[in-house]
Design a binder for this molecule. Structure first.
Ligand SMILES: Nc1ncnc2c1ncn2[C@@H]1O[C@H](COP(=O)(O)OP(=O)(O)O)[C@@H](O)[C@H]1O
Ligand SMILES: [Mg+2]
Length: 294
């Protein structure tokens, strides 16, 4: 069964890409997938702050050393709560400058030998560093808050993801339920991408991060925990081809007003491509189990 490479992207910083990468991964792991999160945000690493790992940030190898050709991929993979593996980025600016983003392709190829799903947590902005993981991904999940500035950046990310060849699996919203932003479903309709769901602003998220565990593990019945589980299940459905892509009819925005309606009028195309129909959750794993890596 082919590995699925999933990019978690959204040009605005602080919208929940890393939180989402970890929680979608842990949700997929609960469904039986063998998942690794690769923190491709090379400059602003923070995944290790959200997960309790057997990892010393002063001495242990990270993606920086791997991309600099100074460490083997396997040596920079750590087991994280939630039954996921993580290949974290480093926090050191010196090792950052030595890391070559072009080396990410071979790293992903290597990871394909042992994982069902490779989640690429991307950085903010639309620099080459972001473009590389988007180009490597089979599909991407776009992350945005329901706020205007974030949605604008999400729209650009969708365009870019389409341009570099990846399929946009859908958009999901984080930190919803505050302010006067339009309903997340409506924003997805304006952007004519599949709506995956929304994760409300929830104290369970930072408190889970403080405990070093994904919210779907630490507080699975919290609003955020349930939302991530539901989104992961929807994503599995889309990626395994069980659900149809949105038709033009379902993608047509309602015209029932809303304070920020004009702000979300689509300005560009978002070619979505089709599902490749490949399963991401193995029925019979043809990979070595955890702990038997070579
Ligand atoms: N649903 C949520 N409710 C409350 N806080 C959240 C939620 N999602 C993310 N956060 C917080 O937002 C901040 C930014 O999240 P992060 O995942 O690091 O974003 P990004 O990777 O896009 O920069 C973190 O401090 C995180 O705790
Ligand atoms: Mg991040």
């Amino acid at each position: 069964m082919p590995t699925h490479v999933l990019a978690v992207a959204g040009a605005k910083g602080g919208v929940g890409k890393t939180t989402t990468s970890i929680n979608l991964s842990a949700s997929l792991a609960k469904r039986g997938a063998n998942v690794v999160v690769v923190e491709t945000d090379l400059a602003m690493a923070n995944a290790v702050d959200f997960l309790k790992l057997d990892f010393n940030e002063e001495t242990d190898p990270t993606l920086h050393e791997v991309l600099a050709g100074q460490a083997a991929v396997e040596s920079a993979i750590y087991r994280a709560p939630g039954d996921i593996d993580i290949l974290p980025s480093g926090v050191d600016l010196e090792t950052y400058s030595a890391a070559d983003p072009n080396a990410l392709g071979p790293v992903v190829d290597k990871l394909k030998q042992r994982y069902d799903v490779i989640v690429l947590d991307t950085g903010a902005g639309l620099s080459r560093e972001t473009l590389i993981p988007l180009g490597l991904a089979d599909s991407s999940v776009i992350i945005s808050t329901p706020r205007v500035a974030s949605v604008r950046d999400a729209e650009k990310t969708i365009e870019l993801a389409s341009r570099v060849g990846g399929d946009v699996a859908g958009i999901m919203f984080t930190m919803s339920g505050t302010g006067r932003a339009p309903a997340p479903e409506r924003i997805a309709q304006y952007l004519t991408v599949e709506y995956l769901g929304h994760v409300p602003e929830d104290d369970a998220v930072p408190s889970s991060q403080d405990s070093g565990r994904p919210v779907v593990v630490h507080a699975s019945q919290s609003p955020a925990g349930k939302a991530y589980t539901g989104i992961a299940d929807k994503l599995i459905g889309i990626l395994t081809g069980r659900q149809p892509k949105p038709t033009q009819a379902t993608a047509t925005a309602q015209s029932d007003g809303g304070d920020e309606k004009e702000e979300f009028t689509r300005s560009g195309s978002s070619d979505q491509g089709g599902s490749d129909g490949s399963g991401i959750i193995p029925t019979v794993s043809d990979r070595p189990p955890h702990g038997s890596r070579d």
